[in-house]
Design a binder for this molecule. Structure first.
Ligand code: UDP
Length: 240
C-alpha cells in the first residue's frame, strides 16, 4: 500500500463518486447451482463470486470428528478474474482466505448437529475488484444456509480502510491498492460477535474505531440482502 496517489476528488467524494460511507451495490441470489446442496451468487460492485456447498460424511474416516462437522472452504480465483492473469492453483493468499472464511463460517454453524460430516464450501471468484474475501464469506454464509445446515446466524461482512488519509467504507480496487489501510471485518449480527478481523496497513486507534463503527452501521443493510435472497428463493418455490 502506498500513500501518495490521489484517491479523493476536489468535491470530497471518492474517485468512483461515492461518499465516504457509501457501499458499492450488492446483489445476492441463491439456488444457482443445481447439483449442490446449497449455493449463492454475489455481485458486490464489480466482484462476481459463485459459491457451491456440499454436505457429506467426511472421508477418509480418520479425518472425521465424531462429535461435530468439519468446515472446509476453498477460495479460488479464475485466471482472468483479475487484470493480470492469476496463476492457477493455491498460493499463500488463497490459502489464507480459505482459512479465515472456514473459521468464520465454523463460528456460525451448529457443528455438533452434524457429527462426522464435512461441509465443503467451494468459492469461485469469476471477477475480482477488491473485497473478495468479505464478499465470498457473505455469499458462503447464504449458500450454507441454503444447504439447510443448522446455523446460529448468517455471517455478514464488510470492509473499511483509509484512502488519502480518510476513513472510507467498502474499498474500491484503487483504494485497496493505493490507500493506507484495509480492514475487512465480519460479525454474527445477532450477538455482534466478531468472527473475522484483519488489518493491512496503518491506522491510529481513533481511525480504527471510526472504521469499525462505519462497518457496524453498514452490516444490517447487507444482512437484509442475505435474508431477502434466501426468502425470495423459498417464497417462489413455495408459491408456484
Ligand atoms: N488481486 C489481483 N491479483 C491477485 C490477487 C488479488 O489483482 O492475484 C486484486 C483483486 O481485485 C482483489 C484485490 O486485489 O480483490 C485485493 O486483494 P486482497 O488480498 O486485499 O483481498 P480482497 O480485498 O479481495 O479480500
Amino acid at each position: 500500500m502506498e500513500g501518495n496517489i490521489k484517491l479523493m476528488r476536489e468535491d470530497g467524494l471518492r474517485l468512483d463518486g461515492r461518499s465516504l460511507n457509501e457501499m458499492r451495490p450488492i446483489k445476492i441470489q441463491t439456488g444457482v447451482v443445481e447439483r449442490a446442496d446449497g449455493s449463492a451468487f454475489i455481485e458486490w460492485g464489480a466482484n462476481k463470486i459463485i459459491v457451491a456447498v456440499y454436505v457429506r460424511e467426511a472421508y477418509p474416516k480418520h479425518a472425521q470428528n465424531i462429535d461435530r462437522a468439519i468446515v472446509k472452504a476453498r477460495y479460488n480465483m479464475s485466471g482472468y478474474s483479475v487484470e493480470e492473469r492469476k496463476r492457477p492453483g493455491p498460493d499463500r493468499r488463497t490459502m489464507e482466505i480459505s482459512k479465515v472464511v472456514s473459521e468464520a463460517l465454523s463460528s456460525a454453524i451448529v457443528l455438533e448437529k452434524l457429527p462426522r460430516a464435512e461441509i465443503d464450501v467451494f468459492i469461485q471468484v469469476l471477477e475480482a475488484d477488491a473485497g473478495t474475501r468479505i464478499a465470498s464469506l457473505t455469499a458462503s454464509s447464504v449458500a450454507v444456509a441454503d444447504a439447510g445446515v443448522p446455523m446460529r446466524d448468517l455471517v455478514v461482512g464488510c470492509t473499511a480502510g483509509k484512502a488519502d488519509g480518510k476513513i472510507v467504507l467498502d474499498l474500491s480496487k484503487d483504494e485497496d491498492n493505493f490507500g493506507q489501510a484495509d480492514i475487512p471485518m465480519a460479525i454474527l449480527p445477532r450477538t455482534g460477535k466478531v468472527v473475522l478481523l484483519q488489518l493491512d496497513g496503518d491506522v491510529t486507534e481513533e481511525e480504527f474505531n471510526e472504521a469499525t463503527s462505519m462497518m457496524m452501521d453498514a452490516m444490517p443493510r447487507i444482512s437484509e440482502l442475505q435474508r431477502n435472497a434466501l426468502m425470495s428463493k423459498y417464497s417462489i418455490e413455495d408459491g408456484e
